[in-house]
Design a protein around this ligand. Structure first.
Ligand code: ADP
Ligand code: ASP
Ligand code: MG
Length: 439
């Protein structure tokens, strides 16, 4: 068996959807399960629509027009999504009456993009004589915790999915991105969450491979929007891919690799626009023992928190106390750098940070600085690439970008530096030129 996940751009217009049909047909002997995102742009429209509705302006026009235009181009009836649009309309009116938008209602709205896209894709497949059934993952048992907007699967999800997907007639075409919590409320796995759905289903069914079809020919050596000459990476280890995704490479959702790791399932990143391209294989280990840097990722919107407590820093228990405060407010720390007198940590989601700073102030001096970007240079066994740190600092120094913090951890899969956000692009380009050469 095989999971084939198609992202928003792969489902964005008729031409791409034609390619999707050809790809699925070519793999029918491997019993594919298809996982779909919403058509490109639809999730954004839904989220904007929900906010506008809660501000008193419920308006479904943009979403309805986008869905209807796409169905028309596929020669499918608008009736296919009439029920979904009707429910969405009721929800928007409800939000306007209430005048508020909870994370729970936002997830409920956001889920409609995938609900509508699977109906269209299953219908197109059937019309081309490929038996297929649209499946809503929440109804198929993708049970999650109740963290709206960033839910994670519960252990029962795998059993439930295996049981219900086995009963589906023809190719199951399953909604990415969505699940439901124990109370039956809809949840989402976070932006780009369909990648995560693909490996969750892959693990549930014990498939031989998960294919993630997108609009680039694999994971590239850097974000192509920053480095136009970035090149595909042929092979990544699970650890490298997880770090890349975590540190901002948008090409896969940060949690995508976890379910694959548990069963050793290879994940392949492929290009719908160029299906013959090799793409990237993400698998447990790479052949050959050569140390090398595989890619560069970066995240903006980083805050640096500097914590100074001359009196206590050297004493045992101080660090534990500091991190207890972060834990208490559910604030996730990325980079940690310590010196004799201070601890600096970076945080990419500032929600809760003000409360953290207040609590830390009870026993230390705290300063918080925003407008930073975190750049991660990734590669397993990089520790053997001697001189790497020197090359990194020289390259960044040559373009006059100040380094605000650094961390080079014990696993050495990852060298992280924090720079001013305004100079992120310059720094990434300089690093790419140094580590991968100009293209
Ligand atoms: P999909 O709609 O298929 O899920 P996404 O837009 O979520 O696609 O992800 C693909 C995009 O990720 C690419 O078009 C590219 O702009 C961006 N990207 C960022 N970093 C990388 C990287 N290291 N390798 C490949 N793509 C990257
Ligand atoms: N449609 C969702 C999003 O836009 C999930 C996904 O595309 O993977 O984030
Ligand atoms: Mg994506």
């Amino acid at each position: 068996m095989l999971v084939m996940k198609f992202g928003g751009t792969s489902l964005g217009d008729r031409e791409r959807i034609d390619t999707v049909v050809t790809l699925v047909r070519g793999r029918l002997d491997r019993r594919p399960v298809v996982v779909c995102s919403a058509h490109a742009g639809v999730t954004d429209l839904l989220l904007e629509g929900a906010h506008r509705a809660a501000a008193g302006k419920p308006d479904l026009t943009a979403i309805r027009e986008r869905e209807h235009a796409l169905l028309a181009s596929l020669k499918l009836s608008p009736k296919l999504v009439a029920g979904d649009l009707e429910r969405l309309d009721q929800m928007f009116r409800g939000l306007a009456l209430l005048g508020e938008l909870t994370p729970r209602s936002l997830d409920q709205v956001a889920a409609f993009g995938e609900r509508m896209s699977v109906k269209a894709i299953a219908a197109v497949l059937r019309r081309r004589r490929i038996p297929a059934t649209a499946v809503d993952a929440d109804e198929a048992g993708l049970l999650t915790d109740g963290r709206y907007g960033r839910a994670r699967p519960l252990p029962e999800a795998y059993r439930n999915l295996a049981r219900s997907l086995k009963k589906v007639k023809g190719v199951p075409v399953v909604t990415g991105f969505i699940g439901c919590d124990a109370e039956g409320h809809v949840t989402t796995l976070g932006r780009s969450g369909s990648d995560f759905t693909a490996t969750i289903i892959g693990r549930a069914l014990g498939v031989e491979e998960v294919e993630i079809w997108t609009d680039v020919s694999g994971v590239l050596t850097a974000d192509p929007r920053i480095v136009p000459g970035a090149r595909p990476v042929e092979h990544l280890t699970y650890a490298e891919a997880s770090e890349l995704a975590y540190y901002g490479a948008k090409v896969i959702h940060p949690s995508t690799i976890q379910p694959a790791v548990e069963k050793g399932i290879p994940v392949r990143i492929l290009n719908t626009m160029d299906p013959a391209a090799e793409g990237t294989v993400i698998a447990p280990a790479r052949r050959g023992r050569r140390a090398r840097v595989t890619s560069i990722a970066s995240k903006r919107g980083i805050h640096l928190v500097n914590i100074v407590s001359g009196r206590m820093l050297g004493q045992s228990g101080f660090m534990a106390r500091v991190f207890d405060v972060f834990k208490h407010h559910d604030v996730i720390v990325d980079l940690i750098a310590t010196s004799e007198v201070s601890v600096t940590v970076s945080v990419d989601d500032a929600t809760g940070l003000a409360a953290v700073a207040d609590e830390l102030k009870a026993f230390s001096k705290v300063s918080v600085k925003g407008d930073a970007a975190l750049i991660a240079v990734i590669g397993e066994r990089m520790k053997r690439a001697s001189g790497l740190a020197g090359r990194v600092f020289t390259a960044i120094g040559n373009v006059n970008v100040p380094v605000l913090a650094i961390s080079y951890g014990a696993t050495k899969t990852n060298l992280q530096i924090v720079v001013p956000e305004a100079q992120e692009r310059e720094a990434v380009r300089a690093l790419h030129a140094e580590l991968f050469g100009e293209e």
